[in-house]
Design a protein around this ligand. Structure first.
Ligand code: SF4
Ligand code: SF4
Length: 540
C-alpha cells in the first residue's frame, strides 16, 4: 500500500505497511481501485460534458466515492466493493454515450470486470497502485497529489451541501476535468499549479454552498453557551459534520427521555436556532476525533458517527456505536434512510447518566452573521487600539504531541488580541477563559472546518471597513491540518492570495521540495516554530 494523504502518514512520508489510522492494506488497495474508477469515470464525464451532457447520477457518485476514500471515513471492504461496482456500471453507461459522441477518450487506463469478487479487486488495487503513479516528475506528482487530496475535501463538502439541496454544476465540472487531467501526460508544471489554485476557488464556492445549505435549513448560528457536563438520563452521542443527521436524530428522540450530546466537529451545531430549539439537545461531551477510543468507552449511551473521523471501535463500546452516511467500519451497524431506530433502541437499553453533573460551559455560534452583527463595535475597538491583533488559530486536531503548540500559543496571546477559531483544532483550548475586550469575547468559535467560509467573510468585511486588503489587516493565520478537507481550505486561502500562513504541526508529506519552494516564495507559507517565537514575529 501507499498512502500519504494525511498529516499522520508514517514517518512523515507515507503509510506503506498499514495505516497509522488503522487502514489495512486490503482497504488501501480497494480505495486505490475506487480512485482509478473515479478517475476513469471522470474522463468519460468530462468528455460527455464537453459534448453537452451532464449526468446527475455520475455527479453524485463522484462525490460519494471520493468522500469514501478520505481519511477515517470508510474502512469496510464490502461497502468499498459496492462503490467500485457501481462506478464500473456508470463507466460502461458513459462509455457507450461518449464513444458515440466521438470524444477524445485517451488515458482511461484500467479494464474493469463487472461485479468482481473482493480478492480480484484487492489484487487489481495492488497492481494499479496510487492514482498518481504515472507521473515521473516529482514536482508534477506532488501537485497531482495536492489536486487529488484537495478534491477529496471539496467532494466531502459538496456531499453535505447536496444532501441539503445545494449544488452547483461547476463543482462537478472541475472535479471531472481535474481528475481526467491525471491521464494527460503532456500537462506541464504550470498547468498543474493552475489546477491546484482552481481547486481552492472551487472549494470556496462549495463552502459557500454548504454555508447556504446549513443556514437555510437551520438558521444562522447565534452565540450560545454549551454545557460540558451532563443530565441524569439516557443519552446519545453524535459526532461528525452532518447537521441533517443531527436534526433527524433530534426529531426521532423527542419525548423519549433521551438527551443528545455532541462530540468533536458536531459542537458548533449548538449555535443553530433550528437545532437548539430541541430541549433534549443538551450539551457537548469530550474533545476531538483522536480521543474517541478513550472518550467513547466512558460514554454510558449509544454513539452515532456521521461522516468522517471514525477510529477502530474498542470492544468496550463496539455494541454501542453506529455509523451512517459515508462512514463505515466492518462489523459496525450502518444506519440508513435516516432511520435512527436502532440507535435509539440501544440508548434505551443502556444505563445513561445516573445524576446531573456540571462541568462548566463553552461559547459557540460566532459565525459570519453573528460577528458582522457587532462589526461596528469590533472596528471601533481596533481604531481605539483596544484590539491590537486578530489571530485565526484553526484547523484540525490529531495525535501528534507537537499540537500542544496551539494550546500554548492561545494561552500566551496578550489581552489586547482576539482569537478566532474553527474546526477540531479548537479542542486544544476551547474551554480556556480568555475574557473579553469591551464585551467582545477574546475567543470566538466560528464553527466547523467548512466555516472557514465564515472566517473569510469576516476578514473580507474587516478589510472593506478599513479600506485595505486582507493581507494588510492586523490578522494572522496559524493553522493546523490533518486530513483532506484541511488541504482544500488551505488551497482556498492560497487562491485568495492570503500570505504568511503558518502551518503545522508538520508540513504535508506530499509537498515536494520544489513545490514547497514555490509556496514559500509566492505565499510566504511557513511552518510553525514555537509559540513564543511566532507570537513575537506576529506582534512585533
Ligand atoms: S490516511 Fe493517513 S494514516 Fe491513514 S493510511 Fe493514509 S497517510 Fe496513513
Ligand atoms: S477539522 Fe480537520 S480533522 Fe476535523 S473534520 Fe475538519 S478536516 Fe477533519
Amino acid at each position: 500500500m501507499f498512502c500519504n494523504q494525511c498529516e499522520e502518514s508514517s514517518k512523515g512520508l507515507a503509510c506503506t505497511v498499514a495505516g497509522v489510522c488503522g487502514k489495512k492494506p486490503r482497504v488501501a488497495a480497494l480505495q486505490d481501485v475506487l480512485l482509478h474508477v473515479v478517475k476513469d469515470l471522470s474522463i468519460y464525464a468530462d468528455a460527455a460534458r464537453k459534448a453537452g451532457t451532464s449526468d446527475a447520477e455520475v455527479n453524485y457518485f463522484t462525490d460519494e466515492a471520493l468522500f469514501a476514500t478520505g481519511t477515517n471515513v470508510n474502512f469496510d471492504p464490502q461497502r468499498l466493493q459496492g462503490l467500485i461496482n457501481r462506478g464500473i456500471q456508470l463507466i460502461d453507461r458513459l462509455q457507450a454515450q461518449t464513444i458515440q459522441s466521438g470524444a477524445n477518450l485517451a488515458g482511461a487506463t484500467a479494464t474493469y470486470q463487472s461485479n468482481a469478487e473482493l480478492p480480484d479487486l484487492i489484487q487489481l488495487g495492488e497492481d494499479l497502485g496510487h492514482v498518481t503513479n504515472g507521473a515521473a516528475d516529482v514536482d508534477i506528482r506532488s501537485l497531482q497529489q495536492v489536486v487529488v487530496y484537495g478534491i477529496k475535501g471539496v467532494a466531502a463538502y459538496a456531499h453535505h451541501a447536496r444532501l441539503l439541496g445545494q449544488e452547483d454544476e461547476q463543482i462537478y465540472e472541475y472535479i471531472h476535468r481535474a481528475l481526467a487531467a491525471l491521464a494527460d501526460k503532456d500537462l506541464e508544471l504550470n498547468e498543474w499549479l493552475d489546477l491546484v489554485l482552481e481547486c481552492g476557488k472551487v472549494n470556496l464556492r462549495v463552502m459557500e454552498l454548504l454555508d447556504t445549505a446549513n443556514t437555510t435549513a437551520f438558521g444562522h448560528p447565534t452565540p450560545t453557551s454549551v454545557p460540558l457536563g451532563h443530565r441524569a438520563g439516557r443519552c446519545i452521542l453524535i459526532s461528525g459534520h452532518d447537521l441533517q443527521d443531527l436534526f433527524r436524530l433530534l426529531e426521532q428522540t423527542e419525548g423519549k427521555g433521551i438527551y443528545v450530546y455532541t462530540h468533536g466537529e458536531m459542537l458548533p451545531a449548538h449555535g443553530y436556532p433550528e437545532l437548539k430549539k430541541f430541549k433534549h439537545f443538551y450539551g457537548h461531551y469530550g474533545t476531538a476525533w483522536q480521543n474517541q477510543k478513550k472518550e467513547f468507552a466512558q460514554f454510558p449511551g449509544a454513539i452515532l458517527v456521521t461522516t468522517n473521523c471514525i477510529q477502530q471501535p474498542q470492544s468496550s463500546y463496539a455494541d454501542n456505536i453506529f455509523t451512517t452516511g459515508p462512514v463505515a467500519w466492518p462489523g459496525v451497524e450502518h444506519v440508513t434512510n435516516d432511520d435512527f431506530g436502532p440507535v435509539i433502541a440501544r440508548a434505551l437499553a443502556l444505563p445513561g447518566y445516573e445524576s446531573d453533573k456540571d462541568r462548566g460551559q463553552v461559547m459557540v455560534g460566532f459565525a459570519h452573521q453573528a460577528v458582522l452583527g457587532v462589526a461596528d463595535q469590533i472596528i471601533e475597538a481596533v481604531k481605539k487600539g483596544d484590539i491590537r491583533h486578530f489571530l485565526l488559530v484553526g484547523g484540525c486536531d490529531g495525535s501528534r504531541s507537537g499540537r500542544n503548540y496551539y494550546t500554548e500559543l492561545v494561552e500566551k496571546t496578550p489581552a489586547d488580541t482576539v482569537v478566532l477559531t474553527l474546526a477540531c483544532g479548537k479542542f486544544r483550548f476551547f474551554d480556556k477563559q480568555l475574557g473579553d475586550i469591551g464585551g467582545i469575547p477574546r475567543l470566538l468559535d466560528v464553527g466547523q472546518c467548512n466555516d472557514a467560509y465564515s472566517a473569510i467573510q469576516i476578514a473580507v468585511a474587516l478589510a472593506q471597513a478599513f479600506q485595505c486588503g486582507v493581507n494588510d489587516l492586523p490578522l494572522s493565520m496559524i493553522l493546523s491540518w490533518y486530513e483532506q478537507k484541511a488541504v482544500s481550505i488551505l488551497l482556498t486561502l492560497l487562491y485568495l492570495g492570503i500570505k504568511d500562513i503558518r502551518l503545522g504541526p508538520t508540513l504535508p508529506a506530499f509537498i515536494s521540495p520544489g513545490v514547497l519552494e514555490v509556496l514559500v516564495k509566492t505565499y510566504g507559507l511557513k511552518p510553525i516554530t514555537t509559540p513564543e517565537q511566532d507570537l513575537a514575529d506576529i506582534l512585533g
